[in-house]
Design a protein around this ligand. Structure first.
Ligand code: EPU
Length: 455
């Protein structure tokens, strides 16, 4: 095996979670303070954006998670010099961008979906790009049709090959009118990263407007891009000839904030989440309060706690921003197993994001999955064969179980379920959690969780 491939395997290895299994002794509330860094779902895209600059970029508040390592590896195989400065700053120098062999890209990309976002920047820089078959959490089909259709509109030629997809732009990339069938986060980012250097004006309709996308737009504007966000999910981009590097502190990870908030509720604990901000968490905070959780907003973070008394059930429908994020659903379901009454969660973003509930049922939770759209309007998955509505009947005292982590947020849920359960659980395949939660084990430790890592 060549050195690049060996490096690639190392890059794909988990960060801070070298063990495969943890024994958790439940019943102790999580209490204490943890600090957030930049959002996984922004930082990785910001790193890709550095490819578009003629000069180096500086990105601060970068978490040490394996998705960041994967993107770092992918940038490096394409000739970007990535240097760490201090604890959480990356310098990204794209002055020597080059093509990479598909085998090496594939080895680095392994567990991530980020390679798809390299398309636009690489087409601008090199006139070609290669995208291997994509990974990511197994929470649905996760197709890339919107991405490819968007790239075709810019003039890219998409050639599907056995190992992946090769893209070329024989006549350069030109601004386009694009309408997304669904406000996909990734496809919106794809259009932004491609349009900023395409010739002419791009109009994107049906865009996603998540705070992470707004922060990516901030970064691109710092680089010299001209982007306006209109009402009704319309984004207009005027292509420019040249972009510079940026200097930016990444938006905090609001999905991690919501995860720890749910952990506080499920374990009857009290967690101060340093770096969390109200503005990007408004929808979550409303639901948290309705369920019976309490929070205090401070300048430097938010304290989330169980104020005592009974938790109340909720009817929740996940949605694109400004709705209730799909990534918040899984940890909150654990708290809903402890609420008094019937809760309904209708998942409208991913068709298969309830796989994690099997383990909760093994732990004694009363959760039934349904194919119908319950508790809200009919969604894209309504007349199809997907169990995308969950009915949760509580309160349940969860009991210990042996659990295998299925995906990032589901894995977090399993941990808080085990921490809130009576008895000793084992949790395996925990490496997945390092994809998106920095220093997860150290944070659990700081919050007083009772667990033993098996090496
Ligand atoms: N979709 C298509 N075709 C496409 C693209 C998307 O049908 O070409 C569908 C998807 O199958 C899904 C829906 O559109 O049903 C939304 O997908 P989206 O493209 O918005 O998701 P993504 O960009 O792949 C990001 C986050 C996810 C987060 C979603 C929704 C990253 C790396 N991932 O995924 O984060 O759940 O947006 O906000 O930014 C996580 O952090 O655990 C996670 C899964």
């Amino acid at each position: 095996m060549n050195t690049l491939l060996q490096d690639a395997q190392a890059a794909g290895a988990s960060v801070g979670l070298t063990a495969e299994r943890v024994t958790v002794h439940g019943g102790r509330p999580l209490k204490g303070r943890i600090e957030l860094k930049g959002a996984k779902n922004l930082v990785t895209k910001a790193m890709v954006a550095s490819l578009l600059g003629e000069t180096p970029s500086e990105l601060r508040s970068v978490p040490e998670i394996s998705d960041v390592r994967v993107v770092k590896g992918l940038l490096e195989v394409h000739g970007v010099k990535v240097t760490s400065v201090g604890d959480d700053t990356l310098l990204l120098d794209p002055s020597a961008v080059e093509s990479a062999h598909f085998e090496v890209i594939d080895a680095y990309a392994g567990s991530s979906r980020i390679p798809i976002l390299f398309c636009g920047p690489l087409l601008h820089r090199l006139g070609e790009a290669f995208i291997p078959d994509l990974g990511g959490c197994r929470i649905g089909d996760r197709p890339i049709d919107f991405h490819l259709e968007g790239l075709r509109r810019f003039g890219a030629v998409v050639d599907k090959q056995p190992q992946g997809i090769r893209l070329t732009a024989p006549n350069g990339l030109k601004g386009a009118k694009i309408e997304l069938p669904y406000p996909s986060v990734g496809a919106t980012e794809q259009v932004l990263l491609t349009a900023v250097r395409a010739e002419g004006i791009t109009e994107l309709r049906g865009a996603a407007i998540e705070p992470e996308i707004m922060d990516l737009i901030n970064i691109l504007q710092k680089m010299g891009a001209i982007i306006s966000v209109d009402t009704d999910r319309v984004i207009r981009i005027e292509g420019v000839d040249r972009l510079e590097g940026y200097s930016h502190t990444a938006l905090f990870d609001r999905n991690e904030a919501a995860s720890w908030a749910s952990a506080a509720l499920a374990t009857e604990g009290d967690i101060f989440v340093g770096g969390a901000r109200q503005a990007e968490l408004g929808t979550f905070l409303n639901v948290y309060r309705k369920v019976g959780g309490a929070f205090d907003i401070h300048e430097d973070g938010i304290r989330f706690y169980h104020p005592g008394g009974k938790l109340k059930p909720a009817i929740i429908e996940t949605d694109v921003h400004p709705g209730f994020m799909t990534d918040w659903q899984q940890p909150l379901v654990v708290a809903l197993t402890k609420a008094e009454g019937v809760s309904i969660v209708h998942e409208t973003v991913y068709e298969q994001r309830f796989g994690f509930t099997d383990a909760l049922v093994d732990m004694g939770a009363q959760i039934q999955l349904h194919r119908e759209c319950l508790g809200g309007a009919e969604c894209r998955f309504g007349r199809r064969n997907f169990q995308h509505s969950a009915v949760i009947v509580g309160p349940t005292k969860l009991r210990a179980a042996d659990v295998v982590v299925p995906d990032l947020r589901g894995g977090f849920s399993h941990f808080i379920a085990a921490l809130s359960a009576e008895g000793t659980s084992t949790i395996s395949n925990i490496g997945i959690i390092a994809r998106g939660y920095e220093n997860f084990i150290a944070k659990l430790d700081a919050l007083g969780a009772d667990f033993v890592i098996e090496s």
